[in-house]
Write a protein that binds this ligand. Structure first.
Ligand code: DAH
Length: 338
């Protein structure tokens, strides 16, 4: 064994010892540079190869190779250990902020429905429920709807093969309540309704209404107006005015459409209210005596009012949503704002 081989073996052993003692990857890199780097000890020693007698060259060369491999293996092993140790440290770093998993909440329409139910609840209305699959009697006939009324057309309402329908309004709940409850009654019925409309910014095939009904002795249009005015104040603040416009619905007489002064421009006129200063919110009226007769209530003794409003429309105004389809696209960037 010549002295170069001895030097190489010594250097390799030394390097392996230093690698074992190194505390971090920077220290390991320093060892690598000192022994295997371009100006390190190994290249330095290999310059002496020229002075090695030919018969010893093979042995000397293989000593270099073995030494290099030893150092490199030790380095690789130490680096791998370092990595897994630091991965372990990360998992245990209790100072890192926790990862929050997303937490859902009620849909804006559900929130608004609950709010309306609460507002009407404070005025003495009890919330009731009715079926989404209805029969023609409750959705149309009992509500005094003429046989040739366009809303009965299968182009407007979804019919099942057995003749039942997806309710086109929440008004049939009025009939169901009057059939089953003793008078007086004061209810609101929120729920989903269905129409064969082409969806656009202000129409959907499936939307939500809240229906109101009050039947008692001596109920007047003034009672209706005060409830609607109160509702407007509760939803949009004390500056909102309401107005009732004559209209027609089969189940009320007289019938009105009910407008809020525009909550965007305060009634001055803007593009939301189409420069009119008013926004249509709901239909309402005094329950038609024919409807009362249909459920066996004597219109000479009892009278009442009813109203029905669209919740999507209310949500659009309340939250300034320009297109109701945003409500149903299930985009969490939108829904997360409520
Ligand atoms: N059902 C009507 C609609 O969907 C809304 C409505 C109008 C309900 C007048 C009522 C009412 O209770 O009295 O267009």
């Amino acid at each position: 064994m010549n002295e170069i081989i001895e030097a190489v073996n010594r250097a390799a052993a030394e390097a392996v010892e230093k690698i074992a003692a190194a505390q971090d990857s920077a220290a390991l890199e320093a060892v690598r540079i000192a022994y295997l780097g371009r100006n390190g000890l190994f290249p330095e020693l290999s310059k002496k190869m020229g002075s090695v007698p030919p018969e010893e060259r093979r042995e000397t060369g293989s000593a270099f190779n073995t030494g290099r491999t030893k150092i490199q293996d030790a380095l690789n092993e130490a680096l791998a250990k370092n990595k897994s140790a630091s991965a372990g440290n990360e998992a245990l770093d209790l100072t890192l902020p926790g990862r929050r998993s997303g937490c859902g909440h009620r849909h804006p329409i559900t929130q608004l429905t609950d709010e309306c139910v609460e507002v009407f609840g404070r005025m003495g209305f009890i919330a009731v429920d009715g079926p989404e699959i209805e029969d023609i009697y409750h959705n149309f006939d009992a509500l005094n709807t003429p046989d040739d009324h366009p809303s009965r057309d299968p182009k407007d309402t979804f019919y099942f093969p057995d003749g039942r329908i997806l309710r086109s309004q929440t008004s049939p709940v009025q009939v169901r309540v009057m059939e089953t409850h003793s008078l007086p009654v004061r209810i609101v019925a929120p729920g989903r309704v269905f129409r064969r409309d082409t969806p656009d910014a202000t129409h959907g095939m499936n939307f939500h209404q809240i229906e109101g009904l009050y039947i008692d002795r001596n109920v007047s249009m003034a009672d209706l107006k005060s409830v609607l005015q109160n509702f407007a104040w509760e939803m949009f603040g004390k500056d909102v005015k309401i107005r009732l416009r004559p209209h027609f619905f089969p189940f009320t007489e007289p019938s009105v459409e009910y407008d809020f002064s525009c909550v965007v421009c305060g009634g001055k006129g803007c593009n939301v209210c189409k420069q009119s200063g008013w926004i249509e919110i709901a239909g309402a009226g005094m329950v038609d005596p024919n409807v009362l007769k249909n459920v066996g209530i004597d219109p000479e003794i009892w009278s009442g009012y009813a109203f029905g409003l669209g919740l999507e429309r209310l949500a659009m105004l309340r939250y300034r949503i320009p297109d109701l389809r945003f409500l149903y696209d299930n985009d969490v960037r939108f829904l997360g704002q409520f």
